[in-house]
Write a protein that binds this ligand. Structure first.
Ligand code: SAM
Length: 193
């Protein structure tokens, strides 16, 4: 059986023409709003884990959300200098103890994970009681999403999952994480544990 590092190396080779695609720089619509919301909901000095933080030294939402102390994980198999605490890891197996973070965010990443249920339970495990979860993701039309679910397989060649708004709002119900705010234009969903 291949390790995830081997699978990542193979994926890196397959997608080498797309490297850097979809990373949140200052021109990315939504990144500024996400950073502002993180500053709004998390107290100054809180810790926030960015699950799937990408390849930038500091994504733009971290620059804007500068009141918090940032941690990031990403499985991407490339050496990059980062201006925050970083570990190479996946959402499905977060290398931190239980209930340590005041906030967790998925910034255009939740639809990339391989095992959604495991990723959700891992996020719940590392998030403190009373902590905030920020999900910024693309959201599709319910009928299209249902047709994809009936067919099975990956959503598309870059994303494992497709979500309707209804899916997003119900993803964390079983973890007792409640929706508290939605930014419909940017597709940012804020939850509280
Ligand atoms: C569209 S990029 C977003 C990167 C960053 N959040 C940003 O906005 O600049 C999606 C990221 O998800 C990461 N990713 C893919 N599968 C993952 C997983 N299972 N767990 C955590 N991150 C994952 C990819 O390596 C990639 O860096």
């Amino acid at each position: 059986m291949k390790t995830w590092e081997q699978l990542q190396s193979e994926a890196l080779e397959r997608h080498k023409d797309n490297i850097g695609l979809g990373m949140s720089d200052s021109k990315t619509k939504g990144a500024k709003v996400l950073g502002g919301l993180i500053n709004k909901w998390l107290k100054k000095g809180s810790t926030c884990l960015d699950v799937g933080c990408g390849l930038l030294p500091k994504p733009y939402y971290m620059e804007v959300g500068c009141n918090v102390v940032w941690y990031g994980i990403d499985p991407f198999n490339m050496e990059v200098k980062r201006d925050f605490f970083f570990k190479k890891a996946m959402a499905e197996d977060i290398p931190y103890p239980d209930e340590v973070f005041d906030g967790v965010c998925f910034a255009t990443t939740l639809n990339h994970v391989k095992y959604l249920d495991k990723s959700i339970s891992e996020v719940n495990r590392v998030l403190q009681k009373g902590g905030y979860l920020f999900v910024w993701t693309s959201v599709g039309d319910e009928k299209l999403i249902q047709a994809w679910k009936d067919k099975g397989g990956l959503w598309n060649y870059l994303h494992a999952w497709g979500f309707s708004e209804k899916d997003i709002l119900s993803l964390f119900i079983f973890e007792k994480i409640d929706i508290i705010d939605v930014r419909p234009n940017e597709k940012i969903y804020i939850f509280k544990k």
